[in-house]
Ligand binder design. Structure first.
Ligand code: FEO
Length: 395
C-alpha cells in the first residue's frame, strides 16, 4: 500500500512491527522497525530501494497493485545490505533489464549476494545526475562507510528530498511515517540507539560527510530515511544532532556495568553508584547487570556517559564471559574521550581487575587509577574505596 510523501513521491516500503532483532541477533529492536522504499513518478518512474527478503512477495505484489512494473524506468539501490536489496531478485525476475543505479561497491555486494552479474548496473559516484523529467533530477552522493563501503544517498531536485538510506534512521515502526507524528521520546531514544550501536565507529566520517553535504547548499525539505521516520518537520534537527553526536558526545552521566557470581561484585557496583550520586547529585547514574540487560540499550547509555565503571569477579584467571563479551562489543564501537574504572571480587588469584583494565584500554577508554579489588566479600574498608573511584570518575 503506497503512502503519499510529497507531490509525485510515495512510500512503498514495509512497516515491520514484528521485527525484534536485526543484524542476526546483534541489535535488539524494541518497537518494531521499517524498511522504507520509495516510488517517484515523474516523466520517468523511479524505485528507490526495496525491502528485506522475507517481505519480497508482499513488496512486489503491492508494487504491482500500484503500477505496471514495466513502467519502472530505473531502480536506485542506495545500499546493498539485504534489508534494502532483499526484494531485488524477485523484482528483477519480472523486469530483468531495468537499470540499477548504485555505487561500484554496491555492484560487488549485490552480485556477491544474489549472483546476477547480468543485471543492468549503472555505476554512479558523487555528483552524478540523472534527469527524470518535469525539470527534476536525481543527484547521487556517495556515503562511503556510512555505514558500509557501498552506501550512498540520493537527492531529488525540485522536491528537495534527500533519500538518505540508513543515515538518520532508527529501528522504530511508525505507521504514520513522519517525525511529527511519532512519539518524540521513543523516536530520539531509537535514533540515539541506532547511532551509538551502528554509526559511532564511523563518527569522524559522519562529521566530514555532513560538512561536505552542507557545503553543497542543497535545500532539504525532507529527509527520507530507509528505517523509521521520514523527517519532514525541521529535517535539519537530525542533521544537527548527528553532527553533535559525531564529536565524542557525552552528557553528565556515569554508567556502571557489571556481572557477579555471589553478589560481592554487585555490592561494589551499588556502592560506586551511591558514591557517584552522593558526590555529584546532578550526575545521572545508570547501573546494569550485563548478564540480565540488553547489550545494545546499555551501549546507548555508555554513548551518553562521560565515564563508566566495569566490574567482574575473577574467574579462570579472567572475567565472566558476559562482561568480556560485552567489552569486545564495546571495543568495536570506538568510543572516545571517556573514563573508566574497574572493580571486582576474587577468591584466589585475582586477575580480574587487570584483565578489565586491559580490555577497557584496548576499547579506547582512559582507565583511572583508583579501583576496588576485593578478596572474597566486601568489608567496610573495601566499600569505602568506592569514594576514590567515584571521585576519579567525576574529576
Ligand atoms: Fe539498513 Fe545497512 O542496512
Amino acid at each position: 500500500m503506497r503512502k503519499p510523501i510529497k507531490n509525485n513521491v510515495s512510500w512503498v516500503g514495509k512497516i515491520d512491527w514484528e521485527l525484534r532483532q536485526f543484524h542476526g541477533a546483534d541489535y535488539s529492536v524494541n518497537h518494531g522497525s521499517s524498511q522504507n522504499a520509495y516510488l517517484i513518478e515523474e516523466e520517468k518512474t523511479v524505485l528507490i530501494d526495496t525491502v528485506w527478503t522475507p517481505h519480497s512477495t508482499e513488496f512486489v505484489d503491492n508494487l504491482k497493485s500500484e503500477i505496471d512494473l514495466s513502467k519502472i524506468d530505473l531502480i536506485v539501490a542506495n545500499h546493498g545490505e539485504v534489508d534494502h536489496s532483499g526484494s531485488l531478485p524477485q523484482l528483477m525476475k519480472l523486469i530483468p533489464d531495468t537499470p540499477i543505479y548504485c555505487t561500484a561497491n554496491a555492484v560487488k555486494s549485490l552480485v556477491g549476494q544474489y549472483h546476477h552479474p547480468e543485471w543492468n548496473f549503472k555505476v554512479v559516484k558523487t555528483g552524478d545526475r540523472v534527469d527524470i523529467g518535469n525539470g527534476k533530477q536525481l543527484v547521487f552522493v556517495e556515503m562511503r562507510m556510512l555505514h558500509w563501503p557501498d552506501s550512498m544517498a540520493t537527492y531529488l531536485t525540485g522536491d528537495n528530498i534527500l533519500f538518505s538510506n540508513d543515515a538518520f534512521g532508527q529501528h522504530y515502526a511508525v505507521e504514520e511515517l513522519f517525525n511529527d507524528k511519532a512519539d518524540p521520546c521513543h523516536l530520539w531514544e531509537e535514533a540515539m540507539k541506532y547511532y551509538a550501536n551502528i554509526l559511532n565507529p564511523f563518527s569522524p566520517l559522519v562529521k566530514k560527510k555532513i560538512e561536505e553535504v552542507l557545503a553543497l547548499n542543497l535545500p532539504i525539505d525532507i529527509i527520507a530515511t530507509s528505517h523509521g521516520v521520514i523527517w519532514r518537520e525541521n529535517p535539519a534537527q537530525i542533521v544537527e544532532t548527528y553532527y553533535k553526536w559525531s564529536q565524542n558526545y557525552q552528557e553528565d552521566q556515569v554508567t556502571i556495568v557489571y556481572d557477579t557470581m555471589w553478589e560481592g561484585t554487585e555490592k561494589l557496583a551499588h556502592q560506586i553508584s551511591r558514591e557517584v550520586s552522593s558526590q555529584s547529585p546532578q550526575t545521572r547514574v545508570k547501573l546494569f547487570n550485563i548478564a540480565n540487560s540488553d547489550k545494545n540499550d546499555v551501549m546507548t547509555q555508555v554513548f551518553k556517559s562521560k565515564a563508566i565503571a566495569v566490574g567482574s569477579p575473577t574467574v579462570h584467571q579472567g572475567v565472566l564471559s558476559s562482561v568480556s563479551g560485552w567489552l569486545d562489543f564495546l571495543k568495536e564501537l570506538k568510543f572516545k574521550n571517556k573514563k573508566a574504572a574497574v572493580f571486582g571480587c576474587y577468591g584466589w588469584s585475582g586477575e580480574g581487575n587487570s584483565v578489565l583494565r586491559k580490555l577497557l584500554n584496548e576499547a579506547g577508554f582512559e582507565t583511572v587509577a583508583p579501583e576496588i579489588k576485593c578478596s572474597w566479600n566486601p568489608t567496610p574498608e573495601d566499600l569505602d574505596k568506592a569514594r576514590n573511584v567515584a571521585q576519579a570518575l567525576l574529576a
